[in-house]
Design a binder for this molecule. Structure first.
Ligand code: AMP
Length: 421
């Protein structure tokens, strides 16, 4: 359990020395096929009956490697620093330990989960609902900005939730207003933490929230990628954490993904996209653009061309944003154009094709975006449009960093390469 937090001024509370760092328990593993760890079973975790039933309902047969490494320690209250690439079941690594440990007390928030986007917060809450289906005393509530604050004030009062999942801004606002009390918090989770920590604005809010929580609590910090800075901060806010690194960050493999690039000019992009959407046998596709304006515009054009697309970006009204997210998740629509917004963390299990209409701005962003396809070890296809020297440099950086092959897109791609049975 972490003793950090409470009234201290900064996040840098515990100073780890090099020596301490060396003795920190760390697990580094390479992922097996499909990310699963077939020799272990959820039964080995000795989970509550209610959780086992829900796991069965979800159809999870075996814990994935990251779950195998994280859940046993986390469910005993050990702090956790966990880095594993997207789509390998990281959410359950904290949801299951929270459900296992929670001892609901009336009017007390037991667990606070912070996420960087509304969509991710919503998705995590859905995972609490799904895995906590039979834990009838667990009451998760998702909160984020863009809806009247009175809505959340009422919900908090009426529902008395014991698990809060939220974006930092609204969480802080409700704490300051006195509607959300975190002074009895038992667990704090930072999901996709490098986003929460590396962005100055969010980091300040996270720090403020952290200071309002009790010193004694379990801290779980998770991310698909973890910058040096994030790791340092994570180590400062955790106490004797179980550290799990499922992949060497420089050798991250996008397992199951076939990756290609298309060299073309800006003006040729739309035509190429059109022909790809016609030719590819996709279940669902996400098309990433570098700005909100471009995503909005591309969506309009696709609609005019009779492609049933929808768009997701941060400037849409909250309700529209969530409707888009839910409709896409529920397979009501098969083509989603997105800005950076859905570039990481969000799980759309049927997406098997990602198209970078604009090249991601660096190798890390490429990893997150391409990782939207091929979730939980399924097959997928990532195609990136490369149109200038800068794009080529990024492509070279991706190849180098992840030691992966990204080749010129052939005339046609065999659908067995990216279509899951
Ligand atoms: P996440 O990485 O948490 O976003 O999860 C990616 C996907 O894997 C989600 O659709 C989960 O429902 C699914 N998943 C998580 N754990 C397991 C498991 N042990 N077996 C099969 N699917 C899983």
């Amino acid at each position: 359990m972490s003793k950090a937090g409470g009234s201290d001024d900064e996040l840098d509370l515990i100073d780890y020395t090099e020596e301490e760092e060396a003795t920190t328990q760390a697990t580094t593993a390479t992922t097996g096929p499909g990310g699963s760890y077939s020799s272990s079973s959820f039964k080995d975790f000795l989970l509550k009956e209610e959780i086992m039933r829900a796991i069965g309902d979800c159809g999870f047969e075996h814990p994935s490697e990251v779950q195998h490494n994280a859940i046993p320690a986390a469910m005993l209250g050990t702090d956790l620093i966990c880095q594993a690439k997207s789509g390998l079941g990281k959410t359950a690594c904290f949801v299951i330990p929270v459900l296992q440990q929670i001892d609901p007390k009336p009017g007390q928030v037991d667990t606070l989960v912070l996420a960087h986007t509304k969509e991710l917060a919503y998705q995590i809450c859905a995972e609490f609902d799904r895995l906590g289906k039979y834990c009838t005393t667990v009451k998760p509530l998702v909160i984020f900005g863009g809806v009247p604050v009175t809505y959340h004030q009422n919900k908090l009062r009426e529902m008395q939730p014991n698990v809060i999942i939220g974006t930092p801004g609204r969480v802080m606002d409700l704490i300051l207003r006195g509607d959300l009390k975190v002074d009895k918090l038992q667990r704090l989770v930072l999901d996709e933490c490098d986003h929460l920590i590396d962005e100055i604005g969010m980091r300040k809010q996270v720090q403020e929230i952290f200071k309002k929580t009790p010193r004694q609590k379990q801290v779980m910090v998770l991310s698909a990628t973890m910058s040096k800075n994030t790791k340092e901060i994570a180590r400062k806010i955790c106490k004797d954490p179980q550290e799990i690194y499922i992949d060497d960050m420089n050798m991250l493999k996008l397992d199951g993904l076939s990756m290609y690039y298309v060299k073309l000019t800006e003006r040729e992009k739309l035509k190429k996209l059109e022909s790809l959407l016609d030719a590819l046998d996709f279940n669902q596709v996400i098309i990433f653009c570098k700005t909100i304006a471009r995503a909005e515009q591309l969506n309009q054009v696709l609609k005019k061309l009779a492609f049933p697309s929808m768009v997701a970006h941060g400037r849409r009204k909250t309700q529209d944003r969530l409707t888009a997210y839910k409709d896409f998740k529920d397979f009501k629509c098969r083509i989603l154009v997105s800005s950076q917004l859905l570039g990481r963390g969000v799980d759309f299990e049927k997406v098997n094709v990602v198209i970078n209409f604009d090249m991601p701005k660096n190798d890390l962003e490429y990893l997150h975006k391409a990782g939207r396809a091929g979730r939980f070890g399924t097959k997928g296809l990532a195609i990136s449009f490369v149109c200038d020297a800068e794009d080529e440099e990024i492509m070279a950086a991706v190849r180098k960093r992840y030691a992966c092959e990204i080749t010129n897109l052939p005339e046609s791609v065999d659908k067995d390469v990216y279509k899951n049975k």
